[in-house]
Design a protein. Sequence first.
Length: 375
Amino acid sequence: MTNSHHNPEHLNALAEKFTVLPHENRVPDAKREQLIDKPAFGQVFSDSMAHMTWTEGEGWTDRRIEPYGPLKMDPGASVLHYAQEIFEGLKTYRHSDGSLWLFRPDANAERFQNSATRLALPQLSVDDFIGSVAAVAKADHAWVPRRHDYTLYMRPFMFASESFLGVRKAKEVEYCVIASPSGPYFPQGVKPVSIWVEDTYFRTGPGGTGFAKCGGNYSASLVGEYRGFEHGCEQVCFVDASTKTYLEELGGMNMFAVHKDGHLETPSLNGNILPGVTRRSIIQIAQDEGRDVVEKMIKLSDLIEDIRSGEVTEVFACGTAAIVTPIGRFKSETFDVPVNGEAVGEYTAHLREHLMGIQWGEVEDTHNWMWKICD
């Protein structure tokens, strides 16, 4: 059963609100095929981008699809001084029959609105969000790879472009969508990652911007991430800034623990962590399979003890880029604890395969998460 809002006609109507401007310098076919063959994440960009402008009193205007290129920005633009910006991340999938699909773009649109509210930016309608993403995907359909596990990563973003020095809401804002072909997060196969538990530097705090997808959260996480690299870890996990007791999230992913009785636990959405679309989807899949999913404040000390005792059998992280990432080790200044013998857990692997199966049209989409762009 297909939701009427998920059919190509509906997405076409939303995409058609964006005027497609002439593009005389598209990348030649042979060069494009070379670029999308084995792209490094976020380093190659497609021909087109969506662009809209918001001004106080007029709202959103000038919806267009234009050639990808540099943005003209005044040195006094507010975003450069006060970091008033937000972004999203989602993917366009090409199924085996050649059709193009989006995974839960309405959930990304909803989160984008919540991020905008927190950063004092104007709301973008769900229709404009989805329409802009679909319009770029349609304009650059040839950039969507045909190989399995390869996608066109879509990056919508909004920033304060008004030129002024002063801390207040901007009266002029730009919104864009760019796209980047990307390969599998684990090109050599899925392997558990080592996690550095950071308790000196924090990405956010109570009442902060933790639940918003804004650049400041990610730049704030970098020092901790590089501390992890120095200790031989691939990722960093942050604890709460108030008590340094509770787990929150990785630099850009949510986290789950699988207990030996089969139930899952994940840090609750207390305003400090990002409400991930993948997180939300995994909770639904696990519940569909009859598993209890407990959203709670998880004490770091309890998790480490439960891993050591065997009460927790698997731990994994999840996000748009990696889908599901098994965690093989937690490390800090005071402990170094392997998880599941540093092997990929059985249920972790199942969730990853199931979710990717839905995204690629190989597993029944019982919740109508996939939105068809075009055949």
